[in-house]
Ligand binder design. Structure first.
Ligand code: PMP
Length: 386
């Protein structure tokens, strides 16, 4: 039988993975790789983290299906766990399955809660591929040919005065402002404190819901549980995904202020798989792994070592424009296409991924050791001839 052809969303890397454990994966020839790709940042808590795997295994045998119309212990436990790490003003959680769905739910909350339709997002943003999330995603290559919503894009890290002016002009029609604290897909761009604070103030002033998209930055990756904690801002809504399921199950969530979230109750939103017990067991395991091992603290430490190692090794390299990042979300911005560098790194045993058009992005798991960090620095530098 002729099998189906799989529609490939991304270019193939010519590698067949057969096994993963914590910061490493192995290919079909038994070769080990240090994984700074982690499935687009999903396995921040490691591959097959035993704390997550054990809970998921148990749940699979006990009760794998339980609609949101029914209660179950796995969901209660996930909610208890998330309550321990949720930003303090956000007292409600809505579950979904992927990052883009969390963004859709967040936008719908803002529209329903304000009764307005305007949305502000930022140049360089990435929020997902379904139509609402795609509408607030900047990259014209992703948007072209699709009937996206009308969204106002402002400069990321732009002048605070301009942000305030633009939001003031939209006052009365603005439902939401959505922002990533560190743009991931857009090129690993950390927001400046001044910018993010101005966004928060202007959103509040305009009566808009401030949505901070932490699908990539959340769950400890940047050195705090939530990246917005670095900035002292207080979002109305936070989206989480990727590492939320401990790298084992696709699951996402929206943490929100009760008055904003409750606008979606009573049949205004829904999802068959949202809050399913297997995903909930993974969430509880992920929060346990995160807190028990101080994953954010370890990410802060390893991230600082990685950033300074790369900076000192690549200083003066004509191929490198900038090395930047926050915690274990690190980008090396090149003056050339990162494709050949990523291939070279793969050949030398380190997996990473591209961001923007010119950035080699490193998203390793929190448990990378000092010698893993040294290996990453060596391989990046070696592949850049530095
Ligand atoms: N928001 C951000 C900030 C992301 O980085 C991503 C994925 N890269 C998404 C949303 C979409 O997540 P998913 O691919 O799970 O739909």
């Amino acid at each position: 039988m002729q099998g189906l052809r799989v529609l490939r969303y991304y270019g193939g890397r010519g590698l067949r993975l057969t096994r993963g454990f914590m910061q490493y994966v192995w290919d079909d020839r038994g070769r080990r790789y240090l994984d700074a790709h982690t499935g687009h940042g999903v396995a921040f808590l490691g591959h097959a983290n035993p704390l997550v795997v054990e809970r998921v295994k148990r749940q699979l045998e006990e009760l794998p299906v339980c609609s949101m119309s029914f209660d179950c212990d796995a969901r209660d436990e996930a909610v208890r766990a998330l309550s321990r790490i949720a930003p303090s003003r956000l007292d409600t959680v809505a579950f979904a399955n992927t990052g883009t769905e969390a963004v859709e739910a967040a936008l719908k909350m803002a529209w329903a809660a304000t009764g307005r339709s305007g949305v502000v997002a930022f140049k360089g943003s990435f929020h997902g591929r379904t139509l609402g999330a795609l509408s607030v995603t900047w990259n014209p290559r992703y948007r072209r040919g699709f009937p996206v919503l009308d969204v106002t894009f402002l400069d990321f890290n732009g002048d605070p005065g301009e942000v305030e002016g633009a939001l003031r002009r939209l006052e009365g029609s603005l439902a939401a402002v959505i922002v990533e604290p560190v743009q991931g897909e857009g090129g690993v761009n950390p927001a400046t404190r001044e910018f993010l604070r101005a966004v928060e103030d202007a959103a509040r002033e305009a009566g808009a819901v401030l949505i901070v998209d932490e699908v990539q930055t959340g769950m400890g990756r940047t050195g705090r549980v939530w990246a917005h904690e670095h900035y002292g801002v207080e979002p109305d809504v936070v989206t989480a995904g990727k590492a939320l399921g401990g790298g084992v199950v696709p699951v996402s969530a929206v943490l929100a202020r009760g008055d904003v979230a409750s606008s979606l109750e009573g049949g205004r939103h829904g999802s068959t798989f949202a809050g399913n017990p297997v995903a909930m067991a993974a969430v509880a395991g992920a929060v346990e792994a995160l807190t028990r091992d101080d994953a954010p603290g370890k990410a802060a430490e390893a991230g600082a070592r990685l950033l300074s190692g790369l900076r000192s090794r690549l200083e003066g390299s004509r191929l490198v424009r900038e090395v930047r990042g926050l915690g274990l979300m690190v980008g090396v911005d090149l003056r050339r296409d990162p494709g050949p560098v990523l291939r070279c790194m793969q050949e030398r045993g380190v997996l990473a991924l591209k961001a923007g058009v010119s950035v080699v992005r490193l998203l390793p798991p929190y448990m990378v050791t000092p010698s893993d960090v040294e290996a990453m620095v060596d391989v990046v530098a070696g592949c850049l001839g530095a």
